[in-house]
Design a protein around this ligand. Structure first.
Ligand SMILES: Cc1cc2nc3c(=O)[nH]c(=O)nc-3n(C[C@H](O)[C@H](O)[C@H](O)COP(=O)(O)OP(=O)(O)OC[C@H]3O[C@@H](n4cnc5c(N)ncnc54)[C@H](O)[C@@H]3O)c2cc1C
Ligand code: SF4
Length: 484
């Protein structure tokens, strides 16, 4: 082992080559290149093979990181892929967009003094290489079962659950109100973090494994929950959270103040070749505008960086706490700064100025007061510190809450928590309705892709256990067999 590993003393941390900020501002392509095999092996060899791997403990999927790093260092990439894909349904996606600085890499032991192993980039390299060599196989089951599951939501939680259940032999049908598969992977997260071909490559694999996707089907409108329950032996709700938090301030009703997801979806759709009227008209295009983005999370970072690429005159991010207390990834802030985004830390909007459309944001300086019950310092206004920011497009990126699913699904018996997320029995992940399970953001609240994958895997296991105890209803099974 020593021959290949523990190179952190002599080999410096090196991310894959990053494109220069001036170049990447001109397009929406990913900003990092791929490692060569030699570079991946060299960087993987920096791992110290700790007895207690904190990286693995802090990866929500419990990925066996030290072992696949060692295999990569030894040039055994196919085996590294087998190991990494055993715990993760989309390693190439997590490798690209996990906030590694808060998860695996942030807990890498050698980070104290030598900089962490570039775990995410190696993970991405392993699976991209596996795709190139045809090692990634569709989830085709060894034998078909006579039971079927319906999944509402084709985001990462739904996709991971679909793959796991299909591998076990269930007929899997995934329903989504969007016209494309991927949830926030396709319409939320911009190309420069995750190119859409990467998501579509996963979708094709799931389709090749026999998973049926039904796009443009909104449960509660196109089909009722009751009807769907009748079609399948078990259901999974993985609908994510989509109710954008709003801002109550004078002038909030002026034109050109838009919700973040509308803005990002328009940009992603345009990139995918769709004609988006609100983008074509300029309403959701930042070109030659002074853009102010309000918020400090991942969504806000995606908005500022999208605006920079659309050719905004200026891009400012307003966040009411300081840099150390922002929820978004520090890595993303660094990228944004390099791309010319200006951050106004400890600043909050007090109101919007303008006639019909916005012309400026009335802003006030904040300071961090005493911590509240959650331990976070409460931002407080500094009297008399107001200033105005020129603005022709304001983007609200203040977070998301769950939609009212019991009302949307006409299912008042579907119990929710005080935050509006779905209540599940933690032991079996079932909602208050028999045979209806839930996973991902709709249970957890707005979270991360890696947690959605984890939840999707966990719920698939619980659904399998549940389905094992019940045989397919004979009439439904007969109808299905007749239809085949
Ligand atoms: C802008 C943005 C950037 C982000 N960046 C990152 C990042 O860099 N890294 C990271 O780890 N996480 C990031 N996240 C968070 C991450 O995208 C989510 O945590 C994750 O996608 C949740 O997965 P999910 O499957 O639960 O829900 P979603 O991905 O939201 O998928 C839910 C799906 O359900 C469908 N649906 C909803 N209601 C219905 C209905 N009634 N009928 C049919 N279909 C329905 C939706 O159309 C959607 O396709 C980001 C989120 C946003 C908004
Ligand atoms: S899934 Fe995310 S947290 Fe886990 S090893 Fe990969 S990049 Fe790190």
């Amino acid at each position: 082992m020593v021959e290949h590993m523990l190179k952190f003393v002599t080999v410096e941390q090196a991310m894959p080559a990053k494109r220069a900020a001036e170049r990447r501002r001109k397009d929406f392509q990913e900003i990092y290149a791929e490692y060569s095999q030699q570079k991946a092996a060299e960087q993987a060899a920096r791992c110290s093979q700790c007895g207690v791997p904190f990286c693995q403990i802090h990866c929500p999927l419990g990925n066996n990181i030290p072992d696949w790093l060692k295999l990569t260092a030894e040039g055994r990439v196919e085996e590294a892929y087998e190991l990494s894909s055993a715990t993760n349904n989309m390693p190439e996606i997590c490798g690209r967009i996990c906030p590694q600085d808060r998860l695996c890499e942030g807990n890498c032991v050698i980070d104290k003094g030598f900089n962490a192993v570039t775990i995410g980039s190696v993970e991405k390299y392993i699976t991209d290489t596996a795709f190139e060599h045809g090692w990634v196989k569709p989830p085709t089951p060894k034998r078909e079962l006579a039971l079927s599951v319906g999944i509402i939501g084709a985001g990462p939680a739904g996709m991971a659950a679909a793959e796991q259940l299909r591998r076990k032999g269930y007929a899997v049908h995934v329903y989504d109100r969007y016209d494309r598969v991927g949830g926030l992977l396709i319409y939320g997260i911009p190309n420069f973090k995750l190119e859409k071909e990467i998501v579509q490559r996963r979708e094709q694999l799931l389709r090749a494994g026999g998973i049926h996707f039904h796009s443009g089907v909104e449960i509660g409108k196109t089909v009722s929950l009751t009807e769907l329950r009748g079609r399948h032996d078990a259901l999974l709700i993985a609908t994510g959270v989509y109710k954008a938090r709003d801002l109550a301030a004078p002038g909030a009703g002026l034109g050109n103040i838009v919700p973040a997801l509308d803005y990002l979806t328009a940009s992603n759709r345009t990139g995918l070749g769709d004609r988006v009227e609100a983008f074509v008209s300029g309403a959701l295009d930042a070109k030659e505008k002074n853009v102010v983005v309000i918020g400090g999370g991942d969504t806000a970072m995606d908005c500022v960086r999208t605006a920079a690429r659309q050719g905004a005159k200026s891009v400012t991010c307003l966040y009411r706490r300081d840099r150390a207390n922002m929820p978004g990834s520090q890595r993303e802030v660094k990228h944004a700064e390099e791309e010319g985004v200006h951050f106004q830390w400890l600043a909050a909007p007090q109101g919007f100025i303008g006639d019909r459309a916005i012309a400026g944001v009335r802003t006030i300086r904040m300071h961090l007061g005493v911590p509240d019950a959650t331990g976070r310092h409460v931002p407080q206004e500094i009297a008399g510190s107001q200033f105005n920011l020129a603005c022709d497009l304001a983007i609200k990126a203040l977070g998301f809450d769950p939609e009212d699913l019991p009302a949307m699904f006409a299912a008042p018996e579907l119990e929710t928590t005080k935050w509006g997320t779905l209540k599940i029995d933690r032991r079996n992940m079932m909602t208050s309705i028999e045979g209806v399970f839930a996973a991902g953001d709709i249970v957890r609240g707005a979270s991360l892709v890696v947690w959605a994958v984890r939840d999707g895997r966990d719920v698939a296991e619980r659904m399998h256990r549940y389905l094992q105890t019940k045989d397919a209803a004979p009439d439904r099974r007969a109808a299905r067999i007749a239809a085949e």
